[in-house]
Design a protein around this ligand. Structure first.
Ligand code: V47
Ligand code: SF4
Length: 365
C-alpha cells in the first residue's frame, strides 16, 4: 500500500459498501480481518436483500459422478483414486442411464455432472454422457463438468476451448460447474494441486463459455494454506472477468474438509472464518448475482448460519449422489425439498425453488 493511502476503519468501509460503493481489495482485507461478525453479517444481508429480497433459492437436482479415478492428484482431495484402487469406480453409459432412470419421475430440474479426470477420458466419451442425459431428461438443465475436465479433453482432441464448448452445447449442455478453481494464486496452487491446469487456464475456459452465451459458476477452495489476501485476489480475478462477460451465475466458497487426504494435518478453519469469508464474498462480488452456501459441504447447521451472512442459495436436494464431501468427512443427512424449505424458513427467509438459471419454479407443494 502506498505511503499516502490511509487505512479506513471497518465501520467506515461497511457504510460505504452498504450505500453501493465497490470494495477495493485492500478494504476487503480489512473487513476479512477486522470487521465485527455482527456488522459483517448485517452488511452482507443488506446487500443480499438488495439483490434477492427475502428469497433464498434451492433447487431439485441430483449429481452424477461418472468416475473418481483421476489423472491429477490434488493434495486436498479425499475422493480421487487411481485406476488400480479397489474403491475406484468408472461408470459405463449403462450405469449412467440406470442412475438417471432412478430420478425420472422426481421433478428434477437440473443434473449436475462432475467427477475425476480419468486418464482415458475423451471428448466423445463426455459428449456421449451429455447426450444420454439429454435424451432421458429432455426438460432438465445439464450442468456438465468442471473446467478441468473440459480442458483435459479439449487438449487431448487438439481443439480450442470455444470449439470444444460448442460440441458440448450441441450435445445438450446448458452450463458448467464452478469446480477446479481452488485458489488461483500460483504459489498456493503449486503446493496444493501442482499438476492441475493453472488458474489462468480455468479463467480462460470460463471466459470462452461466457462469450458463447453459456453461463457458469465459480468456486474457491479456502481454509487450508492460503492467506486472506490470496482469497481476495482470487475473488478479484473473478470480479474482473465478470465485469467483462457477465457470465457467472453464482459464487460458491468451498470450505476445505480435512478427512482422508494428504493435507489432513492442517485441520479445518472455524465456523467464524467460514461466515466471514462468505460475507466478504457477498460484499466484494458486487457483480455476481448469487452466493451459494452449498449445504452438503457446510452441513445443515452451518448452512442455517450462512443465510445470516449473505448467502441467497443453498443448492439442491443432491440426495446422496455426491461423494466428494462425504469422503472428506462431512456427515450430512440427505435433505428432502421439505427439509430444505424448513431450513430456509427457520433462518427467517422465504424459500423459493429455482431452476438452474434462477427462474422461479412453480410451487409443487
Ligand atoms: O474443485 C475437493 C472441491 C470441488 C475437497 O457449480 C473439496 O454449482 C473441500 O465444484 N474439501 C468440486 N472441497 C465441487 C464443485 C461444486 C460443488 C457444488 C456446487 C458446484 C456448482 C460446484 O470440490 C473441487 C474442489 O475445490 N473439493 N476436495 C475437500 N477435501
Ligand atoms: Fe482429481 Fe478433482 Fe480430486 Fe483434483 S480435486 S484429484 S482433479 S478429482
Amino acid at each position: 500500500m502506498s505511503a499516502n493511502t490511509s487505512v479506513r476503519s471497518a465501520e467506515s468501509i461497511l457504510s460505504s459498501v452498504i450505500s453501493g460503493e465497490r470494495l477495493s481489495c485492500s478494504d476487503a482485507l480489512v473487513l476479512m480481518e477486522q470487521a465485527s461478525p455482527h456488522d459483517l453479517a448485517s452488511a452482507a444481508v443488506a446487500v443480499k436483500r438488495r439483490i434477492s429480497g427475502d428469497r433464498v433459492y434451492y433447487n431439485n437436482n441430483f449429481h452424477i459422478e461418472p468416475t473418481n479415478i483421476c489423472r491429477y492428484n490434488c493434495r486436498f482431495c479425499s475422493y480421487r483414486r487411481s485406476a488400480s484402487d479397489p474403491d475406484g469406480w468408472n461408470m459405463s453409459l449403462d450405469d449412467v442411464a440406470r442412475q438417471v432412470a432412478c430420478h425420472a419421475e422426481s421433478g428434477i430440474t437440473e443434473v449436475h455432472l462432475v467427477g475425476g479426470v480419468h486418464p482415458e477420458a475423451t471428448l466423445e466419451g463426455y459428449l456421449d454422457i451429455v447426450r444420454l442425459v439429454r435424451r432421458m431428461m429432455p426438460e432438465a438443465a445439464i450442468k456438465a463438468f468442471s473446467a478441468i475436465e473440459h480442458i483435459y479433453v479439449f487438449d487431448k482432441a487438439g481443439i480450442s476451448f470455444k470449439d470444444g464448448l460448442k460440441f458440448f452445447s450441441d450435445a445438450g449442455m446448458d452450463t458448467l460447474t464452478g469446480g477446479g478453481a481452488e485458489i488461483f494464486e500460483p504459489s498456493v496452487r503449486e503446493r496444493i494441486c501442482p499438476d492441475k491446469p493453472s488458474g489462468q487456464r480455468w479463467l480462460e475456459l470460463h471466459k470462452a463459455a461466457h462469450e458463447l452465451g453459456i453461463p457458469t459458476n465459480a468456486t474457491m477452495l479456502y481454509g487450508h494454506i492460503e492467506s486472506h489476501a490470496d482469497r481476495i485476489s482470487h475473488m478479484d480475478l473473478l470480479r474482473r472477468l465478470q465485469d467483462a462477460t457477465g457470465g457467472f451465475n453464482a459464487f460458491i466458497p468451498l470450505k476445505y474438509r480435512h478427512a482422508g487426504n494428504r493435507m489432513s494435518h492442517l485441520g479445518e478453519c472455524s465456523l467464524e472464518e467460514d461466515l466471514r469469508t462468505l460475507a466478504v464474498s457477498r460484499l466484494f462480488l458486487d457483480n455476481i448475482p448469487h452466493i451459494k452456501a452449498y449445504w452438503p459441504m457446510y452441513g445443515a447447521e452451518a448452512t442455517r448460519s450462512a443465510l445470516s451472512y449473505g448467502a441467497d442459495d443453498i443448492d439442491g436436494t443432491v440426495a446422496d449422489t455426491t461423494k466428494i464431501y462425504s469422503m472428506a468427512g462431512v456427515k450430512s443427512p440427505g435433505l428432502t425439498l421439505d427439509l430444505l424449505r424448513e431450513m430456509v424458513a427457520e433462518a427467517g427467509f422465504v424459500p423459493v425453488e429455482r431452476d438452474t438459471f434462477y427462474n422461479e419454479v412453480a410451487s409443487r407443494r
